[in-house]
Ligand binder design. Sequence first.
Ligand SMILES: [Zn+2]
Length: 374
Amino acid sequence: MVGRAVVLASTQWADHADLERDNMVANGIRARRRSDGAQEEAEVDRRKFIKAATAGTVAIATAVTRANAQRYSVPIIDTHVHLYDPTRPQGVPWPSPEQASIYRTFLPADYRRIAEPFGVVGMIETECSPWLEDNYWVLDVSAKETIVVGEIGDLFPGKPDFGEHLSRLHKNPLYRGIRFAYLWGRDVAEEIQKPQVMADLRLLSDAGLTLDSGGGQRDVPNLLRITDQIPALRIVINHLPGAPIPDDPAARAAYRQGLRELGKRPQVYVKVSEIFQRVDEKGHRVKSGGRIPRELSFYRPRLDEIWETFGPDRLLFASDWTNSEPMGTFGETLGLAHEYFTQKGPEAVEKFFWKNSLAAYRWVKRQVNQPSLA
Ligand SMILES: [Zn+2]
């Protein structure tokens, strides 16, 4: 575990922290044990079990079933989950060992244990590595794991072998697109000035695949340019609730105007993830200390703005696991989104939790409990 991997981890972490948001655990903000999330879910189930057990043996059997039953009746597709294995000889570029609470092997079976009790029936893996071989590694570890319905990989548009790898990867129907963002030291604004980069994004579009992007202030002009030039390319903006809103009034107005313009383009989707924020007593975001409000009312204004901008057909559920794990349990993360969308009605809930993800990613049904349109 010494050598190349560790060096890469420490240099590239800085970019990823910046990008995937500062709340991502950086700097050991919250000293959670690595299994806290799963343990808390298990604790809820254990308490239910004990409560029912006191009522008799029939109730015990029922409690066991209920403890493992779907908590939500709508089938849920989680559109942003990271898989990685730090015990590989080459290690991982993310997470870094300093992110102690999530620095562990996280494979589809680990995700299933956390998510399936809530009614999650499928997930889309999103890259957390710029290493070319990891595009293939994710396909390998997902080959027999039917909860994985797609992968958003990492190929660098503009690289000479982009097209070759895209066509090889695309032969596997699980490969649904790439993420191209201000990650791994990439400057997207600069890159999309290059004709070869735009040509490669056109290849992606022609293949019917999807582009995952950031949704911050510097991303929006890039997305307007890309959607202007390649209108058929479907775009998914990651973690919009977590994107900082500029303090400067002019910058803020421009950012909102840009988002409204993207909202008019039906091929642009949004992951409603990274809702939980760490804030000080005035409600301003902070990197450490403060508190993480649990109540929906705190987050509602931002969610309303996103809802009003993009509407019921373009918003996707995404847990951003394990990256979001230090901000709350899986149940809290899912529960907050569920509470918000439940208030929009049952049709909005179905769209948010699976129908819109099908439109955005055209993911592959692999299990009988994964939903499909008629
Ligand atoms: Zn993520």
